[in-house]
Design a binder for this molecule. Sequence first.
Ligand code: ATP
Ligand code: MG
Length: 559
Amino acid sequence: MSDSNEKSDFIRDIIRMDLENRKIHTRFPPEPNGYLHIGHAKSICLNFGLAEEFDGSCNLRFDDTNPTKEESEYVESIKTDIRWLGFDWGQRQYYASDYFEQLHEFAIALIKKDKAYVCDLSAEEIRQYRGTLTTPGKESPYRNRSQEDNLQLFKEMQEGKYPDGLKALRAKIDMSSPNLNMRDPVMYRILHKSHHRTGSNWCIYPTYDWAHGQSDSIEKITHSICTLEFEDHRPLYDWFIKQLGIHHPRQIEFARLNLTYTVMSKRLLLELVEKKYVNGWDDPRMPTISGMRRRGYPPEAIRNFCLQIGVSKAESTVEIAFLEHFIREDLNKKAARVMAVLDPLKVVIDNYPDDQEEELTAINNPEDICAGTRNIPFSKILYIEREDFMEDAPSKFYRLAPGREVRLRYAYFIKCVDVVKDRDGNILELHCTYDSATRGGDAPDGRKVKATLHWVSAKHCLTAEVRLFDNLFIKENPLKVEEGHDFKENLSPHSLKIVKDCKLEPSLGKVKPSNIFQFERLGYFCVDPDTTNEKIVFNRTVTLKDEWAKIRTATFTIL
Ligand code: ATP
Ligand code: MG
C-alpha cells in the first residue's frame, strides 16, 4: 500500500509501531447469544479490515462460555452475516469451548501457584464482600485454603458433586485494589447445563473474564481489539497472562458504535423479538445485519459507513441519517430505475384512442449507461401518485392540478381537464388530455412544464404489497427514560406501514428476493423474501430526499 493511501488513527498507529517483524493477527469474538447488529459490523470491519490492510489474518471465535443463552441458530446467523459483509475467516473458525480443557489446566496451574482458590460464598455474598469504588473489599473466609484442599474441591466441583452456585473458583489477587475487577474475580462457576458443543462434559464453566484473554493468547492474537468497557478489565487479563507465563496479546479499546433512534444491545433486541414488538431478528426495522440485508442495505454501503465513522476513544452517537446517506450513495450508482405508484389515482386520457397501446423507451440507470434501456407500455388509463394531484394547489405545488399541465416521465405532457368525485367528495379519477407532439420529449412550441410525474399503465401494471419503514423508536436515545418507565414505551407506532395495492410497471414481473430498484421519485425498494408466485412484496430501503416533503412537514419521512 502506498503511503498516501495509508489510513491513520490511534489503533493503526499503535499497530505500525508494534509490528516490525510480525504479522498482525486479530479476531472477531462474538458471543452466540443473538444476531449481529451494526455495532458488530463496526468491529468486524475493524478486525478483518486491519488484517487485510496489514497483510495478516483474522480469526472468527465464538465466545461460547455461557451455556444458558447460546444456540446453534446464532452461530449460523453470525457466519452468514460476516460472509455477507464480505469477509472471510478461511479455516480460522474457533470456539472458546475448544479451550475448556486448556483453561481447566491453566486453572489448576494457578491453584498450584496459590493464585486461585475455591470459595464457598454465594454469588450474593461475593458481591457484598467485593466492596465498592469507595470502600475496599473484604477477604473471603475461604481465601486461605491449602493448595491440596483447593485442588480436591475444584476436582469435586468438576465431577458434579455440588449443585449450581454452591462453590466457585476465584483468582487470588487483591481485595483492596482500586479496580473492582482485581478483587478476587470468579473464574469458574458451577452450572449443570448442557452446552451446545460440549454437551454434558462439563458442569463448571469459565467466566468471560477468565476465558477471554487466555483464548486470545492461545490463538496467538497480536492485537486484541475490544470496546471501551473492557479497559478496566485489562489489568486482570494482564495479570492472568503474567501468572501463566503465556503469549501476551496487546489489548486496544475503542468506543462502541451507537446510532440514533435505535438500541444496540443484543439483550434488548432479543426482548423485542421474543415479545413480538418486531417480526423477528431480520425485521427490516431492526439494526441487525440480517434486518438491514432484508431491508436492502448493500454490504458495500455498510462497510463504507463503518470506515467513515472511524475509531476513537470518545463515546458518541452517530446519526442514523448518516448511515442512510451511504445507502443512498451506493444504490444511486447500482439500482435500476423503474416506475411504481404507491397510492394510485386513476387518470383517463380523454383524447387517447380507446384501444391504442404503445411502447415507450425508458432509461434504466442514468448513472450507468451500460444498464441500457427498456420499454414501458402506455395506454388510455393510467395511475399516478395520489399526492401528485391537488385540487386547490398552493403556488409552490408544481404538480398536477385542474387546468395545469405536467410531463409524464418518458411519455407525454398531460393537462388535467376534470376531476370526478364520489358523494363524499373523495377523488375517484382525473380526466386529462395529452399532447401527442410531446412524445418522449419537449413541446415543439417550446412551452414548459414544472413537474415530471411517474405513472403506470392500468391495463399492464402489476399489483404489489409495499412495506414502508420509519425509525423503530421515536426518541433519539430510546434508553433515556424516567424511573419506572421502559425503553419499549419509546417504540414508534408508525415504524411499519403496509401498503397493499401498489401498482408496478410490468417489467417487475420476474423479480427475485433481494433484487433492488429505485422507484422513480419515491426511493429505493428491495424485493422481500415473502414474495411468492402469487404475490410481490417490496420493502422500502430508504427514501430519496424530497424537497416538497421538507417544506410541507419539515421532516424527511413521508409515510
Ligand atoms: P451487546 O452489548 O450488543 O450484547 P456484546 O459486546 O455483548 O454486544 P459480543 O458478541 O460480545 O456482543 O461482541 C462481539 C464483538 O463485537 C466484541 O468484540 C464487541 O466489543 C464488539 N461490539 C459489540 N457491540 C459493539 C458496538 N456497538 N460497537 C462496536 N463494537 C461492538
Ligand atoms: Mg458480550
